[in-house]
Write a protein that binds this ligand. Structure first.
Ligand code: ZN
Ligand code: ZN
Length: 330
């Protein structure tokens, strides 16, 4: 019996004799299944050819990521706080060296996770360090390995110790959560920090943040949900804040798609389809009247049919795009 880990997303599953038949997280539109098909590993196997690197992000803030890159390049952050350490987000690999390193820094009191792409091996971590796990209840269906260590919380905020607060921002996932770490409990003259996973992504030049799949004005949503101005002034630690950390790859699909479409009216997709239909009709008429060569007619018809079909799929059947147009039409 094993707790199998999905190679693509890094999620560890409930114990079973055989690898699970599918990974619901990878089959979800926010992730993807590898071209080679679903693959599985175990913690033991993973530890044979991977190790964890540790990097000091800031005083009392340790980044832990796996090398060579595994799954979607997740990174966990260990916040060292007087009332007990918090592990923000999680990774799949937990080995002896990492355990020793974390213990040397005071262990882990609790694990809090931004969204299901970071659930990874959270139960392993929680059991090893005798810690609790805080997950937002809106994402509870995405938990693949159940445990009494998981405490599901509801509502907009959850206060932890030392002034740390979990905030439900929604967006990427309904339960999408960020963590506020106030300046007072960081000490050492550090500013307040906002830890975001990829719920809010730190863009390349590190001066700006962007939101993933947040349906209304990002700053509005954020301010409304939090109601605190001081959060603007602090530091934001997202997985992309780190040069070597990978982003969730689906960002490229959902985020950019919708960014590009934002200026398009709901009716504009019909124009695209009408255009390809017109090419087919026009080429057929010219061909029938022998005004163009038939080979040319067929090429136009076939090309227009292929590209028209692809466009129709994209605008009418690709889930997030179709939803976008449906909503902007109503
Ligand atoms: Zn998966
Ligand atoms: Zn994600």
């Amino acid at each position: 019996m094993e707790n199998f880990i999905c190679v693509q997303c890094g999620t560890q599953f409930a114990v079973s004799a055989q690898p699970p038949s599918r990974c619901p997280i990878c089959e979800d539109e926010r992730q993807f299944v590898r071209h080679a098909g679903q693959e599985w590993t175990t913690l033991k196997r993973l530890a044979t050819d991977h190790h964890n690197r540790r990097e000091e992000e800031a005083p009392r803030l340790l980044g832990i990521g796996t090398e060579p890159e595994f799954a979607i390049g997740q990174r966990a952050l260990l916040l060292q706080s007087p009332g007990g350490n918090l592990l923000w987000d999680c990774i799949s690999l937990l080995d002896d060296k990492t355990i020793a390193e974390v213990n040397a820094r005071g262990g882990i009191r609790a694990v809090a996770i931004s969204h299901p792409h970071f659930y990874s091996s959270m139960i392993e971590w929680a059991e090893r360090f005798d810690a609790q796990i805080f997950l937002h209840t809106a994402d509870r269906d995405w938990v693949m390995r159940k445990s009494s260590r998981i405490q599901f919380w509801e509502g907009t905020t959850l206060s932890l110790w030392d002034g740390m607060t979990l905030i439900n921002c929604g967006g990427h996932f309904d339960g999408g959560t960020v963590l506020h770490w106030p300046a007072a409990s960081r000490g050492g003259g550090s500013k307040a920090a906002l830890l975001t996973g990829d719920i809010i992504t730190v863009v390349q030049d590190r001066r700006y943040v962007s939101f993933m799949n947040v349906p209304v004005d990002p700053s509005g949503t954020f301010e409304n949900r939090t109601g605190r101005d001081e959060w603007r002034a602090g530091h934001t630690y997202g997985i992309a804040a780190h040069r070597r950390a990978a982003r969730c790859r689906h960002w490229n699909f959902d985020g950019v798609d919708l960014l590009r479409l934002r200026f398009l009216q709901a009716w504009s997709r019909h124009v695209v389809i009408a255009m390809f239909t017109l090419i087919i009709v026009y080429a057929s008429i010219l061909g029938a009247l022998d005004l163009i060569r038939h080979s040319m007619m067929w090429r136009a018809v076939i090309d227009a049919a292929i590209f028209g079909g692809l466009s129709a799929w994209y605008f009418y059947f690709k889930r997030n795009v179709a939803t976008y147009f449906r909503e902007s039409a109503s």
